[in-house]
Design a protein around this ligand. Structure first.
Ligand code: ATP
Ligand code: MG
Length: 387
């Protein structure tokens, strides 16, 4: 009996006229995610089917599909000819592994091919009867069945499956433009990138390092985190910007209480320039109100003032605990907590301003001509393709 994976879309149905575009994009994203396995992926009447996979490949396929944004859920199904006998046999086979212990079930049927000689109700009734006959451990529970057994009769084939695995939801990456993630080695920024990518936004990423104050290892960690985010977000161009000269200059020439905020402004400026040159329409950070001194409302306003692009901060209202939970769920937490030095933490002032004023910060920034330093940093930026 051939096994296929049946894929249900997430929000795509909301998109009216754009629907074919979203569906094609989702098929592309699925093909990319399953690239090493190389199955055939087909779109058919509001569903996507993954064919041509062997039994051992199924768990990996399901795992990969559950990281593709735009997928609501998937089911591993037996694909059989459209005859009652074949559907019944498939339902008995699909149910067998669960029927070894006492459990409850309910049958569901969907018939998009109305020429099939039995109605959905008849299919459910007959299937229920057959399963009760075959397995003494099974009982029907129409309200809270532990085991839903579904038969879908479609144009070319029938599909029989038990249960479904929830996908990542969201919208296919690339359906909503591109944005530049400022990625540190911390817990927050990878989660922020995940959340924006989930809304269909393609990601690029930029990281600032201050060699020799930050180590090679800290850089590798950021590359690793970007890889983990790309398991969901697809290909990411990562820009590694040398930031030591700018940081040392701020440290030497500007008021010591303002170094962190100034550093953040310069990071944003450089990120915005790279973003503009490479087609990103917004910046993304992992900031949340009040988490640290540089994330008070005043500091966020001063940071925003440095750029004209919109800055997306999807974690703005999250507690650290909630962010950690999310990081664990998407699999970035363990890497994020490896010891590392971020360039932000290397030069932390003893008494940072917590209520910086835009005018004052603009003045402090004007103490130095940063333009040549910004240009040099961008010229020395290294680009990596992460996928
Ligand atoms: P994270 O856990 O993401 O490091 P954080 O709580 O440590 O965040 P900050 O260090 O103040 O907070 O950084 C706030 C945001 O600024 C980060 O979420 C990230 O988007 C960006 N950022 C910080 N350091 C860097 C860096 N070295 N390179 C690129 N972006 C950075
Ligand atoms: Mg940080």
């Amino acid at each position: 009996m051939e096994k296929v994976i049946l894929v249900r879309y997430a929000e795509i149905h909301l998109k009216g006229l754009n629907r074919p575009f979203f569906e094609r994009l989702l098929v592309d994203r699925i093909k990319q995610a399953l690239n090493p396995i190389h199955p055939s992926v087909e779109r058919e009447q509001g569903r996507i089917f993954v064919y041509g996979i062997s039994g051992e490949q199924i768990p990996e396929c399901v795992d990969r599909l559950c990281r593709v944004f735009g997928i609501h859920s998937v089911s591993v199904a037996s694909c059989v000819e459209k005859s009652w006998d074949a559907i019944r046999d498939a339902a008995i086979e699909e149910t067998r592994p669960y029927a070894e212990v006492e459990t409850t079930f309910k049958c569901f049927a969907r018939r998009s091919d109305k020429r099939f000689p039995m109605t959905s109700e008849e299919i459910c009734k007959e299937l229920g009867h057959e399963l009760l006959e075959s397995y003494p451990n099974l009982k029907v529970d129409v309200h809270h069945p532990k085991l839903p057994v579904t038969a879908e009769i479609r144009q070319n084939n029938a599909f029989v499956y038990t249960g479904e695995v929830l996908g990542a939801g969201g919208m296919p990456v690339g359906s909503n433009g591109k944005a530049m993630l400022l990625i540190s080695g911390g817990i927050d920024s990878p989660v922020a990138g995940y959340m924006i990518a989930k809304r269909g936004v393609m990601l690029d990423a930029v990281h600032f390092y201050s060699y020799p104050y930050t180590s090679e290892r800290a850089r590798d960690k950021v590359v690793e985190l970007t890889k983990l985010v790309s398991r969901y977000a697809g290909r990411i161009n990562l820009y590694l910007v040398p930031f030591t000269d700018i940081q040392m200059t701020i440290y030497d020439k500007c008021p010591s209480t303002e170094t962190t905020v100034l550093m953040r402004r310069l990071m944003m400026k450089i990120a915005e320039r790279i973003a503009k040159d490479t087609g990103s329409q917004a910046l993304i950070t992992g900031e949340s109100i009040g988490q640290v001194a540089s994330q008070t409302i005043e500091s966020l306003c001063v940071t925003d003032d440095a750029v004209s692009m919109p800055v997306f901060r999807p974690l703005i209202g999250f507690d650290k605990e909630e962010i950690v939970e999310k990081a664990q769920k998407i699999g970035t937490f363990e890497t994020s907590i490896l010891p590392y030095e971020d360039c932000c933490t290397v030069f932390v002032p003893k008494h940072p301003v917590t209520k910086p004023k835009v005018d004052k910060l603009r003045e402090s920034e004007a103490l130095v001509d940063f333009e040549p330093l910004i240009e040099k940093a961008i010229a020395d930026t290294e680009k990596m393709y992460i996928s």
